[in-house]
Ligand binder design. Structure first.
Ligand SMILES: Nc1ncnc2c1ncn2[C@@H]1O[C@H](COP(=O)(O)OP(=O)(O)OP(=O)(O)O)[C@@H](O)[C@H]1O
Ligand SMILES: [Mg+2]
Length: 287
């Protein structure tokens, strides 16, 4: 683990251009062990670009990228993985028809016996997968069931447990709750917290300030490729975070536009800090 509170991963003024498109510019980010760093932002804000740099898929074109205080420039995801940086993508790289335990060890299977007669050590893989999932508090009835039969939340959880088992120090999750319902999102948030408690530095990418605030220690909001807000939990509340995400001024403009469209009572639209409330259109009010 990093000593003296040094970040495992750090970006300093980092940026990335795709040809003429400047997707990311002047971004500072620090990822510490045992902390959840949330990266928030709207569509096209640069979230995926940011994590692609850290996970070795793309290279930054400006600024610095450091791991354990040392400048790095990864050219493959394998190099990031070798430094303990694991990424769980939303379209999980699992084989749906293979059993859960088999997916847990996919690409890193346990074997037994000397080379010419070496074979998969199925017993040990099943036992280890079972122990590791239980260690993270993930209880599945049957590890022989195809992973495709698990819910989205359970599959994310298995992927998190897998990264922990294979020694990840930094775990990157790209919108793990985006396609999930309330309950399944809760499941994933629980394992994000479990990974943090095991000492990992977690980078949690999300659109959802509520999800971020449930587990986050630090919040970075991207907007059009730059870091609009970078604040620790003690410096920012959920309301303010939601405002930053929504863009307070833009929301006010939208309200105004809606009012002009037709019959929408602006006063009854939710306040910008209360985006979860239902929108009430003014029907001819009962006389
Ligand atoms: N390979 C690419 N080539 C050219 N432009 C790209 C490429 N990838 C991303 N961009 C552009 O960079 C900007 C940031 O995109 P990015 O995918 O990082 O956003 P995001 O925050 O992940 O969005 P979303 O929430 O939709 O996933 C966008 O304007 C996008 O069009
Ligand atoms: Mg994205």
């Amino acid at each position: 683990m990093s000593q003296d509170g040094r970040p495992i991963v750090e970006l300093r003024g980092a940026g990335k251009s795709y040809g003429n498109v400047r997707a990311l510019h002047g971004v500072d980010l620090q990822v510490f062990p045992s902390q959840v760093t949330c990266v928030l932002g709207d569509n096209g804000a640069g979230k995926s670009t940011l994590i692609k740099i850290i996970s070795g898929l793309h290279q930054h074109s400006e600024g610095e990228f450091l791991v354990d205080g040392e400048p790095v420039r990864f050219t493959t995801p394998r190099q990031a993985l070798d430094r303990g940086i694991a990424t769980v993508y939303q379209d999980l790289a699992t084989v749906p028809l293979m059993p859960v335990w088999r997916n847990f060890f996919l690409g890193s299977e346990m074997t037994r016996g000397p080379w010419p007669v070496r074979r998969l050590d199925i017993t040990r893989m099943k036992k280890t997968a079972d122990e590791e999932l239980r260690n993270m508090g993930i209880i599945l009835d049957d590890l022989d069931q195809p992973i495709g039969t698990l819910s989205g939340g359970q599959r994310q959880s298995v992927a998190i447990a897998r990264a922990v088992y294979f020694g990840a120090r930094v775990l990157i999750l790209d919108e793990p709750t985006a396609a999930l319902g309330v309950k399944q999102s809760g499941v994933v948030l629980k394992y994000i917290a479990a990974a943090r408690d095991r000492g990992l530095g977690v980078i949690f990418i999300t659109h959802n300030p509520h999800h971020a605030y449930m587990v986050g220690d630090h919040f970075s909001v991207l907007r059009l490729g730059t870091m609009e807000l970078s604040a620790s939990r003690s410096e920012v509340g959920l309301e303010e975070l939601t405002n930053h995400m929504a863009g307070g001024a833009e929301l006010a403009a939208l309200k105004h536009e809606l009012a002009q469209v037709r019959g929408v009572d602006v006063e009854k639209l939710p306040e910008k800090e209360d985006l979860t409330a239902p929108v009430v259109a003014s029907e001819g009010t009962s006389s």
